[in-house]
Design a protein around this ligand. Structure first.
Ligand code: FES
Ligand SMILES: [Fe+2]
Length: 372
């Protein structure tokens, strides 16, 4: 019932050469030209419930404190003391006691970054507390998602998101609450994770249980955009959601239109958020590149609060389904990393159903240049 009616593609578009996936210097280039320049998904607003709540983001050599300030606003600062550079916070998350104090010589900062105490600096000529605030990082939110940007003067988050806020308004993501989280550490380049997410040719072989719920040829992609790649797939008749048995114990999210209830949306918001919207729940993958051949993936399942409050609420039908699917994806991404690292690897040809993958290649090469 699904024919391959998409237009033919030429043989110019080939997969990237090995160095794009295996060279530490190219990886560093990607961090500089992509990750330190673009809006990055950092987490969810609900992770910062009260004044002083914080979590750390670690990327390359950078560490960032993301916190809720006294005025209830969200702030992000480099985790670097203005005295002699010591890292201020060490624990991945927690609550700060009214201020940020350096563990070395007790320089103390407010939640909006102002230095308010610097012991024994009064005899240092020209020293002024006001000149030594923490260094801020841009932060903004979209429907409950926190984004940060290392660029000194970034363009607005809304520009980055383009038409996605309108497209996904019906899910009212700001109301959803996390029910489960799994952090995966995989031995594959971050681009392989996005590429795997952006095509469904592998589903019949790799994910027989997914293929039973959603036909792999039902995928419809948007044309590639500068800041995101994505599309949707239909649920088969009688299937309510992606779960172990295709049945949903959870109500459909209020406000979804008929068409939105019959599909699953797969969007890669470049460079580090995979947003996966189901009719009853939201799944997000936040990618943290660790090295050219290593990526951490924070996977979160979020549901409507009415469902979470229901007696006997159990997310495992969705969590187990996706944990299995994820492991299948990570395993094959690691195999891809290993094969690409072989001296026998040569760039290969893409099918006409892999247009988002060559778009990702172009996105990377446009920013970082070709690796060889
Ligand atoms: S390095 Fe932070 S107070 Fe000295
Ligand atoms: Fe997959």
């Amino acid at each position: 019932m699904y024919d391959n009616t998409r237009p033919e593609v030429g043989s110019e578009a080939r997969t990237l050469s090995a160095r794009h996936y295996t060279a530490p210097d190219y990886f560093q280039q990607e961090l500089e030209k992509i990750h330190y320049q673009m809006w990055l998904h950092a987490g969810r607003v609900e992770q910062l419930p009260k004044v002083g709540s914080y979590f750390l983001i670690e990327l390359g050599m950078e560490s960032v404190i993301v916190l809720r300030s006294e005025d209830q606003g969200l702030r992000a600062f480099y985790n670097v003391c203005r005295h002699r550079g010591t890292q201020l916070c060490q624990h991945a998350s927690g609550t700060l006691p009214g201020k940020i104090q350096c563990p070395y010589h007790a320089w103390t900062y407010t939640f909006d970054g102002r230095l308010i105490n610097a012991p024994l600096m009064d005899k240092t000529r020209g020293f002024d507390l006001r000149d030594h605030s923490l260094q801020p990082i841009a932060i903004d939110t979209w429907d409950g998602h926190i984004f940060i940007n290392f660029a000194p003067d970034p363009s607005p988050l809304l520009e980055h998101l383009a038409d996605l806020p309108a497209k996904f308004r019906s899910w009212k993501m700001e109301h959803l609450r996390q029910a489960a989280e799994i952090v995966y550490s995989i031995e594959a380049n971050w681009k392989l994770v996005i590429q795997n997410y952006s095509e469904c040719l592998h589903c019949p072989l790799l994910h027989p249980q997914l293929q039973q719920l959603s036909h792999y040829m039902s995928g419809e992609n948007d044309p590639p955009r500068p800041t995101y790649l994505g599309g949707r797939m239909d649920l088969r008749d009688g299937v309510e959601t992606l779960s172990q048995d295709g049945i949903s114990p959870w109500a459909t999210l209020p406000g979804l239109r008929e068409y939105e209830r019959r599909g699953v949306y797969y969007y890669a918001i470049l460079p580090n958020l995979l947003l996966n919207l189901h009719p009853q729940y939201m799944l997000t993958f936040t990618l943290w590149p660790k090295a050219c051949d290593r990526t951490d993936i924070v996977c979160r399942w979020s549901f409507h609060p009415n469902e979470l409050a229901r007696e006997g609420f159990d997310p495992s039908n969705a969590v187990d389904f996706w944990d299995l699917t994820n492991r299948q994806d990570w395993e094959v991404s690691e195999l891809a990393q290993r094969g690409i690292s072989s001296r026998a690897y040569r760039p290969g040809l893409y099918s006409n159903r892999e247009e988002l993958l060559s778009a990702l290649d172009r996105f990377v090469v446009e920013r970082c240049g070709a690796a060889d």
